[in-house]
Design a protein around this ligand. Sequence first.
Ligand code: PMP
Ligand code: GLU
Length: 397
Amino acid sequence: MKLSKRSNSIKPSPTLAIDARAKALKAQGVDIVNFGVGEPDFDTPENIKEAAKRAIESGFTKYTPVGGTDELKEAIIEKFKKDNALSYAKDEVVVSCGAKHSLYNIAQALFEAGDEVLIPAPYWVSYPDQVLLNDAVPVIIKTEEENSFKITPELLKANISGKTKALILNSPSNPTGCAYDRASLEAIAGTAVKNDFYIISDEIYEKLIYDGFSHISIASLGDEIKQRTITVNGLSKSHAMTGWRIGFAAGPKNIISAMTNIQSQSTSNPASISQKAALEALKGSQDFVPKMVSEFDKRRLYMIERLNNMKGVSCLRPVGAFYAFPNVSSCYGRRFNDKMISSSFDLSSYLLEEANIAVVPGGAFGDDKYIRLSYATSMENIQKGLDRIEAALSALK
Ligand code: PMP
Ligand code: GLU
């Protein structure tokens, strides 16, 4: 029996696949340093875990409303007001099983055959595949390191057609760690309003910012852009809650209602217990967040400096997220024994096999000149891993 064309058009998430491989090698006793997956190494804060325990003990273990409980939606509305200067009503908010699920529901609700969806590259791995899964066409727009990997109004305009349905914007960005300032967002918003397409704004890394950067939600720039924007966020990164699977989206009522219907026919509500945990994450003490960010900041500065001191490697200083995205293309064309390194995939395999380091090839994010290293791991691991990368790169002839 044949599988659907749709399922054949996509691949497994490369970031999750590399993480699985690194974890399997570790389980076999290999001393792997895992710079692969983007997941905080911090444990979920105790007050959040306690809230989940209370949910279980009090029997809060049944179906909830499909799009999330009223109390959680109210806390999300409060968050948008406080952090993002955005005001939403309850029917403009939906809670899903992770931000990835919110993004997928948006793709289901908006896209159909023939639609074009603009995706600046380097992009997060799931965007093009979610577009393909919904029969639309990803239009990849390559951005340049010299411009901090930001899309310019000129680049954007050159890729707009009568079929353009949406732009997927991710600031701060996975994998580059770059982020958009107000002026760049205003230019993009103006173009979206003029050409009447949607913005899907993935702001999952908004709390992980450095060097005094301030995060701005594009939807907050005016009514016209707000009507065309669906803002996605979640607790996986900000509160070290990747396994709890809580994400959310806010936007125009008709889109949120379609997403909720889709959810009602696919997953139903996100886990009741996770929703109570999410409520505590949003309303309880926030002391944990700046502590985690300050730890990431130390690791960021150390990793970027070490990478830039390696021969043949250069790395922009990211202002957000927890990734370094060094340009390693000057290693291409060099050899280890009889093996030629010609791409980010070759280099990543070489680092895994010869140096026991897991990284993600830039090719998986749409730019082969780079590799992605997550610094969401201990300083000790970072030091050890970078020593190994340095030795492995200098062994190339
Ligand atoms: N967007 C980006 C850019 C991400 O890096 C991630 C991390 N997996 C997600 C969305 C999804 O996060 P989650 O589903 O865990 O909320
Ligand atoms: N966002 C994380 C990453 O890019 C998690 C993996 C995934 O969801 O694909 O590593």
